[in-house]
Design a protein around this ligand. Structure first.
Ligand code: NAD
Length: 490
């Protein structure tokens, strides 16, 4: 049945309506509040075709790119409140956090607009120059937990700055903010530079199989990341995969619980725990265990769980019933294995996908809540004996996204942090980012490649090496002198 959708696809600068539509729920009510267009294969072909046609012109004019990306930043800034409202309604997070996503995208557009990846000259004679060239057309596939920041700030801004054009496919759970972003950008950028297509998971698979994109930049679950890597292997597309995490926070024995509990708490429970680099397990020496559990439980008891539109809300709903059920299942499994619930422990009755912030201890060895990514508001606290013991346990994970060490002795903490096997390690904080300069890169099965910073920008390019023997050869055959006009500068 055809439904009225608030936002169209953006393809080649034009608004495209579709016959089919996908329901989009408000997770605070559990009700469908809007429909998103469901793109067909033909729509996807048209999007990649538009991106292909736009790419050479976009790559050729760096001054225009800078101008357009700065103008895009202003347009997103002007639309920040509207985008935040959409994020809160489709994803659930409190409005202030949703607004921070839009403003983070503005900052990334401004930053990457003016960054140039300068050529490196290895030698003047022969002349060897190493450049970075855009890969061409980029396909960006994004998850539902931070729908604007991941799409706009981590993918579109650097991809365009490097001279690529983009086809963005947002999560079917949160497509509206990305579709609106496409509409906001369309009048500013040349037609086809950014295309946004929404649809179900099958649209993601079609995207990865499409012959046009040369790079798949994907953020999402490790399971889907594997499918993306498999699809990419067929024609050796480049991939950047930002996948899941199971970040540990380690308190050393000199940590002061009262000083760190609140920061630990919000690094775990911000966005209802639905953040790739959220703290997902806390390790504490036996001596501090009870004090820490009590402090975290007291903070959990105080949190106002509710609709993200309500200014009193500290924590919104899970984004979907499925994710709420994942969390409920992991908590039940932990309790069945002997874990003790210090706070929360249950989903909230009534409409919407709410779950109380939950703190647990006394988990059995190998409990799924410790081993797996919960991506939700349930935090296991685990006691440890000594530093070697805790490092062995945290590093046994297949994940390696982030980790933090908390201590009154930063030098000691840094030394322990150096031994945590993760892309990012923090000391006395967790999730902090020098946005958008600080890169993020998952180790082990948390990802492939980097995003953000110069390193993330380079991920959107191929190396292009030019070795020019002309000066040497010409001199050898006596065509020019060493100081002659063809001699390259050294
Ligand atoms: P997901 O893997 O279910 O979906 C991500 C995207 O992939 C969606 O757009 C989806 O439609 C698409 N997709 C589904 N099947 C596909 C297929 N066969 N081929 C191509 N695309 C397909 O992930 P999610 O549930 O939306 O997001 C949660 C996960 O994302 C968590 O594991 C979280 O840790 C991770 N995440 C990681 C980071 C990071 O930077 N490392 C950031 C945010 C989220």
């Amino acid at each position: 049945m055809t439904r009225q959708t608030p936002f169209p696809l953006t393809i080649g600068g034009a608004a495209v309506r579709t016959a089919a539509a996908l329901p989009v729920e408000n997770p605070a009510t559990g009700e469908v509040f809007a429909y998103a267009p469901a793109a067909t294969r033909e729509d996807l072909d048209a999007a990649f075709d538009a991106a292909s046609r736009a790419q050479p012109g976009w790559a050729a004019d760096a001054a225009r790119r800078e101008r357009d990306l700065l103008a895009a930043a202003e347009a997103v800034a002007a639309a920040a409140d509207e985008l935040a409202e959409l994020v809160t309604t489709e994803q659930g997070k409190p409005l202030a956090e949703a607004r921070a996503e839009a403003l983070g995208t503005v900052a990334a557009l401004r930053h990457f607009a003016t960054i140039r990846l300068e050529p490196t000259v290895l030698s003047g004679d022969p002349q060897v120059v190493v450049r970075r060239r855009p890969v061409g057309v980029v396909a960006a596939i994004t998850p539902w937990n931070s729908p604007i920041l991941v799409a706009g700030g981590m993918k579109i801004a650097p991809a365009l700055a490097a001279g690529n054009t983009v086809v963005l496919k947002p999560s079917p759970l949160t497509p509206l903010s990305a579709l609106r972003l496409g509409e906001v950008l369309a009048p500013i950028l040349p037609d086809g530079v950014v295309n946004v297509v929404s649809g179900g998971n099958e649209l993601g698979a079609w995207t990865t199989e499409h012959p046009v994109p040369r790079l798949l930049t994907f953020t999402g679950s490790p399971a889907t990341g594997r499918l993306v890597a498999q699809a990419a292997a067929r024609d050796l597309k480049r991939t950047v995969l930002e996948l899941g995490g199971n970040d540990p926070a380690i308190l050393l024995d000199d940590a002061v619980v009262a000083d760190v509990a609140e920061a630990l708490f919000w690094a775990a429970f911000g966005n209802a725990g639905q953040t790739c680099v959220a703290i997902k397990r806390v390790y504490v020496p036996h001596r501090l265990h009870d004090e820490l559990v009590a402090a975290l439980a007291a903070l959990a008891d105080e949190v106002v769980v509710g609709d993200g539109h309500d200014p009193a809300t500290g924590m919104g709903p899970l984004t979907s019933a499925a994710q709420r059920d994942v969390v409920t299942g992991l908590v039940e499994d932990a309790v069945g294995g002997g874990a003790r619930v210090a706070s929360g422990g249950k989903p909230v009755k009534g409409p919407g996908y709410f779950h109380r912030p939950t703190v647990l201890d006394s988990l059995a060895d190998g409990a799924r809540l410790v081993e797996e990514e919960q991506f939700g508001p349930a935090l296991p606290v685990v006691a440890y004996r000594d530093v070697d013991d805790v490092l062995r346990r945290v590093n046994a994970s297949n994940y390696g996204l982030g980790g933090s060490v908390w201590s009154t002795d930063p030098e000691r903490a840094r030394a322990v942090a150096d031994r945590v096997e993760a892309g990012t390690t923090w000391v006395n904080t967790h999730r902090g980012s020098l946005w958008p300069l600080q890169p993020t890169a998952g180790h082990k099965q948390s990802g492939v490649g980097a995003e953000l910073g110069v390193w993330g920008l380079e991920s959107f390019t191929d190396l292009s090496i030019q070795h020019d023997a002309l000066a040497v050869t010409a001199r050898r055959v006596g065509l020019v002198t060493a100081a002659g006009p063809d001699r390259p500068e050294e």
